[in-house]
Design a protein around this ligand. Structure first.
Ligand SMILES: [Zn+2]
Length: 142
């Protein structure tokens, strides 16, 4: 999560940072930060997924864990489900992101994943280092 925070601080106004690691040993495989000002799909998770594919190809998703500073939105969680990522860890909840003034669709990551019965979930965990990620969102420049 600290590496995801390190990505997030690169975009203080939209501090969504993501890192993809190999679950078995924690090796960092890809990184990303929200660049939504350049493209509406380029949320931190999507940028990290694009970085992952560029480096490792479109395979191996079942063996990775994605860490992100903010709970994945429905677009990003949908992308993670379609890719087959089984472990997703985040800091700040969608509700707290909304409280920071960033629009969010009110569909939680776990609720979305539950609607994809084909998708195997090993871990969906929120609130990790939330005292740090919440501070990024609450203190963001507006
Ligand atoms: Zn998103």
């Amino acid at each position: 999560m600290r590496l995801a925070i390190g990505e997030a601080v690169r975009n203080p106004a939209f501090p969504f940072g993501a890192v993809i690691v190999r679950t078995a040993d924690g090796a960092v495989l890809a990184r990303g930060v929200n660049t939504g000002a350049q493209h509406p799909l380029w949320h931190g998770e999507v940028v990290a997924m694009n970085d992952y594919v560029a480096r490792h190809g479109n395979r191996g998703w079942e063996a990775v864990t994605l860490y992100t500073t903010g709970e994945p939105c429905p677009m990003c969680m949908g992308a993670l489900v379609w890719a087959g990522v089984r472990r997703v860890v985040w800091g700040t909840s969608i509700a707290a992101i909304r409280d920071s003034g960033i629009d969010q669709i009110t569909l939680g990551a776990a609720e979305l994943a539950a609607r994809a019965p084909f998708h195997r979930v090993d871990l969906l965990l929120g609130g990790v280092l939330a005292h740090e990620t919440d501070a990024l969102f609450a203190g963001r420049p507006r």
